[in-house]
Design a protein around this ligand. Structure first.
Ligand code: GRF
Length: 197
């Protein structure tokens, strides 16, 4: 049975586009919803233009009440009969309640070689630490931030003279390869990690 995927984003959504583009033919999943907390997100405009279903719940009116914010997200998701959630540049931390609702059915991409550099500013921190290698990780979402079983990793070199921007661009290219590869496997029930290159 085809799995219905919701993709959560807060920004431009280049990973979302890579995921959407991948879900064709004999792929076990299809994009059923693009969700954002950010009404102005470029990814939402793109999804609308493609005729994909979209939902937006602006987090700002819910400041200090994450339970109400997430209850509204859950209510918006319900009619779309979602099977799996892909977080793709979704910049809100989800509570254990929401994560629990989607246990084993929600994955995230993070721009570092986890368990190194959880959280923000991963590329600046990797460069400052003198790392010679960086990359990205797709993992199952569990209540702890940027934690959970690793489903895939892709590595890139850190080059002399790299800035956070140049390194981010090199990693992002790999994100667009790794995330669709992992989603295809995950949607088919395969949780064995894949390592690139
Ligand atoms: C990606 O680097 C993702 O790993 C990070 O935020 C960025 C989102 O980029 N968490 P995009 O919106 O998919 O282009």
């Amino acid at each position: 049975m085809t799995r219905r995927v919701a993709i959560f984003l807060s920004g431009g959504g280049s990973n979302m586009r890579a995921l959407v583009a991948s879900m064709t033919g004999d792929h076990p999943a299809r994009p059923a919803l693009v969700f954002s907390n950010e009404p102005a997100a470029g990814g939402i405009a793109w999804a609308r233009a493609q005729g994909l279903a979209t939902e937006v719940v602006d987090h700002r009116p819910y400041r200090g009440d994450r339970a109400a914010f997430e209850a509204e997200i859950a209510a918006r998701l319900a009619p779309h009969m979602i099977d799996l959630i892909c977080l793709a540049g979704f910049m809100r931390v989800l509570t254990p309640w929401f994560v629990g609702l989607w246990a084993g059915r929600m994955i995230n991409i993070h721009p570092s070689l986890l368990p190194k550099y959880r959280g923000l500013d991963t590329h600046a921190r990797a460069i400052a630490a003198g790392e010679t290698e960086a990359g990205c990780t797709v993992h199952e979402v569990t209540p702890a931030l940027d934690d959970g079983p690793i489903l895939g990793q892709a590595r890139v070199p850190v080059l002399p003279g790299d800035t956070p921007g140049t390194l981010a661009a090199r990693v992002l290219e790999q994100e667009h390869i790794l995330y669709p590869m992992v989603l295809r496997r995950f949607a088919a029930g395969d949780r064995r990690p894949v390592f690139l290159p």
